[in-house]
Design a protein around this ligand. Structure first.
Ligand code: FAD
Length: 334
């Protein structure tokens, strides 16, 4: 394995934050894991760098994951189980499934990053979450020095959440994920503007390809491209509040959008709360809040991670003060 020292991570994170990694190595073969385990450095796994905020130089070893491969693990008349190496680019995997006509992940088209990070925060978009198709996750446990496989249930998936953000945080290297896809896809077009976009596209007959294309069209028109302006997508999670608290807030703010989750809890869009606090389009030096998406914090070029962090703290404080709601950061902070 080839190690580099004092490497800038700027090209490796979509925020475009320039901090050095003490050591940096590319991992393209799982046979190298045992060797890496014995190294006396703190280990940080890096996929596409699209869900991290780098606030300081990274001590220890950054392992850039390029494990590749998609294989059919199992198949029957109605489903196919695909074992996908964690370093595969997520959207490439979506395209692969679309090409075969297999359904389940088409609404998750164009989410940046790698397959290995998909179970981390149970990626989701347009009414679909990765957990709906994840059958199992296989990882290398640094402490146990062993491969382990967790079932969907053991992954304890929640909204942008899993065991990999809690009990197994920084303890494992996810090496592959088994996805169960549907040979007779059930289409989900009810969320957001998908139906409208399909109509605009003139689609007569639904297909996974058409839905993915509709999602790609919507995403490219709405979300800032990290190649143009540094960002990590949604910086905060959408908070959920008890229905009683929501009712009180709604009486004061009748325009407050909401998504009832069950009888007791209500989800409120974080972007709306942030916008109401006057942050949309705000800029301070090299960092700011995107002019079209209040949920997206941006780096105009040379922002420090600590500056983005400080802005996110100001936003958290103001939302708490105005609405009494505690926002939670979605990005992983290094
Ligand atoms: C423009 C934009 C739009 C986005 N839209 C969405 C969206 O619609 N829905 C959504 O859910 N997310 C979205 N995201 C966030 C991001 O794309 C996802 O969270 C993605 O899964 C991150 O993948 P990554 O490979 O870049 O992870 P990284 O940023 O490289 O890593 C994220 C965390 O996961 C850990 N990790 C990564 N790979 C492994 C592994 N193999 N084993 C163990 N730990 C690992 C890292 O150590 C880190 O803590 C968006 C981001 C951007 C920039």
């Amino acid at each position: 394995m080839h190690f580099q020292q004092n490497i800038s991570l700027k090209p490796y994170n979509t925020f475009g934050i320039d901090v050095p990694a003490e050591y940096f190595a590319i991992l393209n073969n799982i046979d190298l894991l045992e060797e890496v385990t014995t190294l006396p450095y703190t280990k940080h796994i890096l996929g596409g760098g699209s869900n991290i905020l780098l606030t300081q130089p990274v001590n220890g070893l950054v392992i850039y994951n390029t494990l590749k491969g998609i294989t059919v693990a199992k198949e029957d008349e109605s489903h196919v189980w695909l074992s996908v190496a964690s370093g595969e680019v997520w959207h490439d995997f979506v395209l692969y499934a679309i090409d075969k006509g297999w359904g389940g992940i088409e609404n998750l088209a164009l989410i940046p990053g790698t397959v290995g990070a998909s179970p981390m925060q149970n990626i989701g978009a347009y009414g679909v979450e990765a957990k709906e198709t994840i059958e199992s996750v296989t990882f290398w446990n640094w402490q146990e020095k062993a491969f382990m496989t967790y079932s969907n249930k053991e992954c304890a998936f929640g909204y942008r959440d899993s065991v990999f953000k809690h009990g197994l945080k920084e303890k494992v290297f996810i090496i592959s994920v088994v996805y169960k896809l549907n040979k007779q896809p059930k289409f989900n077009t009810s969320y957001g503007a998908i139906g409208q976009e399909l109509e605009y596209m003139g689609v007569q007959e639904l297909s996974v390809k058409a839905i993915a294309q509709a999602v790609v069209n919507i995403r490219t028109s709405k979300l800032p491209d990290p190649q143009q302006i540094g960002n990590a997508g949604s910086f905060f999670k959408n908070p959920t509040v008890p229905k009683a608290q929501f009712d009180v807030l709604h009486a004061s703010y009748p325009g407050m959008p909401s998504y009832p989750l069950n009888g007791e809890m209500v989800k409120v869009p974080a972007g709306w709360l942030i916008e109401q606090c006057g942050w949309k389009g705000y800029r301070l030096g090299e960092t700011g809040v995107h002019a079209k998406q209040a949920l997206v914090l941006v780096n105009y070029g040379n922002a420090k991670g600590s500056e983005v962090w400080a802005l996110s703290q100001q936003i958290l404080d103001s939302v708490k003060e105005k609405f009494g709601i505690e926002l939670e950061r979605e990005v992983q902070v290094w």
